[in-house]
Write a protein that binds this ligand. Structure first.
Ligand SMILES: Cc1cc2nc3c(=O)[nH]c(=O)nc-3n(C[C@H](O)[C@H](O)[C@H](O)COP(=O)(O)O)c2cc1C
Length: 217
């Protein structure tokens, strides 16, 4: 998609906004519609999302990860479970996500408890990754201090020799997926004069229903 089209789309979205009728009652369905639209619009890495975790004494940390699955149960990403985020999630299994799609002036926020995926789900996704990514996941003690780049490259090289292209790289025990279960979701849509639209959905706990509220921008 060329820049001019993206720019005009930005203006068009700013005029249209997000009203209650368009949003509907199901935030997961609304998220799916928005994601499909940004994928169609050619937004770069539309599935990149900021993932915030925190220590039990409330010190936050944030980094980008890729959304690898979404359904009514939640938002899935994969990582090293011994990483800083993994350690924080083990001790304090709650998280917040933010996805921002500048080209269409939209942001989605998600908050909720976090569950580890099953070993079968971890295995299935690991097996679907490119061989090089599998080697990288096995070679890298994510978030640990390492002696240097050469040390990392050596580990990668050793694994490449042990598991050449076409062979199966075993999934490291410390690699797997998490699901952020949405308890709160907020949809932000940029509007003129900073009069943005914000609709927040909060799970009511009754029949998997949601309460929808409009927030001031
Ligand atoms: C666009 C983008 C996507 C990323 N996706 C992932 C991912 O899906 N999983 C992951 O472990 N790290 C991913 N990373 C790297 C993380 O941002 C981070 O550096 C790493 O997970 C270590 O974070 P931690 O030390 O806070 O645990 C991504 C980085 C960028 C910039």
């Amino acid at each position: 998609m060329d820049d001019e089209r993206l720019r005009s789309m930005r203006e068009e979205y700013a005029a249209v906004g997000l009203d209650e009728a368009a949003a509907g009652d199901d935030p997961v369905a609304l998220f799916d519609r928005w994601l499909a639209q940004v994928v169609d619009a050619g937004v770069h890495e539309p599935n990149a999302m900021a993932l915030a975790t925190a220590t039990t004494d409330g010190r936050p940390s944030v980094r980008l990860v890729l959304l690898k699955g979404t359904d009514a149960r939640g938002f899935v990403f994969f990582t090293n479970t011994d990483s800083r985020k993994g350690v924080e999630l083990a001790a304090n299994p709650v998280a917040a996500l933010a996805m921002t799609w500048h080209e269409v002036q939209r942001q989605v926020r998600v908050e909720g408890p976090v569950l580890r995926l099953s070993a079968a789900e971890d295995d299935a996704y690991f097996a679907s990754r490119p061989h090089g990514s599998q080697l990288g996941a096995a070679a890298s003690p994510q978030s640990q201090v390492v002696p240097g780049r050469a040390w990392l490259d050596e580990r990668y090289g050793d694994l490449e020799r042990a598991y050449p292209a076409g062979t199966e790289v075993p999934r490291p025990a410390c690699w797997g997926g998490y699901r952020v279960v949405p308890h709160v979701m907020e949809f932000w849509h940029g509007r003129r004069g900073r009069m943005h639209d914000r609709l927040r959905f909060t799970r009511t706990g009754v029949d998997a229903g949601w309460r929808r509220e409009r927030l001031a921008p």
